[in-house]
Design a protein around this ligand. Structure first.
Ligand code: HSE
Length: 305
């Protein structure tokens, strides 16, 4: 048996959707697992030098939690992680690890439940439902926690390309959250509700003019921008190159720029602005991932029928 899992990066918040929405992105981590005499963990790509190669690895730790729920210990396995999502970048690498681990365990256990069944467990393991939900569901995911628990829905959006620019600094989400005020004025909440609602409509309709108006935030970006060297310059460069809207991806430091065209030029302009501000940046142009985590199981192994 060989299990293959592919899980997308995510960009949470999308400006005014703080803690309440995220998009799945076409930048994937892949995980392969097969039975082995003892646990073996291989990591390639992003984080290869620093991620643990034992059961404390987030993928394995999350998988173990689902096995535990089914009354079984984590079986010995060989796991290969091919990581393309940079760590501590605001692109959902930890949500991808958690969701990937749960998908791996579910396939191993032969569960046929839909991935949204793992929303609570994945959020318990990772902490941020606005990253977890799009990694599970794909597309644009809206989430809320209320008295009855978590609720998440996937909103269909047309094909859309997103420019990502990641300056060479790392931001720990926990630290980026400590910068936020515990209380905010009612006027800011009203501003936020209106803009978040308009944003969903703009994304669903592919309305670029409205998107440029709607992607404005008062709850987190004003406090977090200072963690990102070159923030102002990169946003201005993206706009000048044709971006309709730019937001901090998750808690940063990556920025996500949205545009109907000129994506490569926008990426180049952002990279240049970051470099001029002393923060060399990597860039990607990615599609919105319409599907969330995907799993396949080859029962006969790679040489099978
Ligand atoms: N909504 C979370 C935050 C996402 O902004 O802190 C973390 O990626």
């Amino acid at each position: 048996m060989k299990i293959q899992v592919r899980v997308p990066a995510t960009t949470a918040n999308l400006g005014p959707g703080f803690d309440g929405m995220g998009l799945a992105l076409g930048l994937y981590n892949e995980i392969e697992a097969e039975p082995a005499p003892a646990l073996e963990v291989h990591v390639e790509g992003e984080g290869a030098e620093e991620l643990p190669r034992d059961a404390t690895n987030r993928v394995l730790h999350s998988a173990a939690r689902l096995f535990e729920r089914h009354g079984r210990p984590l079986p010995p396995m060989r796991v290969r992680c091919r990581n393309r999502i940079p760590l501590m970048s605001g692109l959902g690498s930890s949500a991808a690890a958690v969701v990937g681990g749960l998908a791996l365990a579910a396939a191993w256990l032969g569960l046929s439940e839909p991935p949204d069944r793992w929303l609570e467990l994945a959020t318990e393991l990772e902490g941020h439902p606005d990253n977890v939900a799009p990694a599970l569901l794909g597309g644009l995911a809206l989430v809320a926690r209320d008295e009855e628990g978590l609720v998440a829905v996937r909103v269909p959006v047309p094909p859309l390309r997103v420019v990502l620019a990641l300056p060479a600094v790392r931001v720990a989400t926990e630290m980026a959250r400590r910068l936020l005020p515990a209380q905010v004025p009612l006027a800011d909440v009203v501003y936020q509700i209106g803009h978040a609602a308009l944003l969903v409509h703009a994304l669903r309709e592919g309305d670029w003019t409205l998107l440029g108006r709607a992607m404005r935030d008062r709850l987190h970006e004003p406090y977090r921008a200072r963690l990102i060297p070159g923030y102002e310059q990169a946003v201005a460069a993206a706009r000048a190159a044709g971006a309709a809207a730019v937001c901090i991806s998750g808690s940063g430091p990556a920025l996500a720029a949205f545009a109907p065209a000129n994506h490569e030029a926008i990426a180049a302009a952002m990279a240049e602005a970051f470099a001029a501000a002393g923060a060399p940046a990597r860039t990607w142009v990615v599609e919105v991932a319409q599907q969330g985590v995907q799993t396949s199981v080859a029962l006969e192994g790679p040489d099978g029928p």
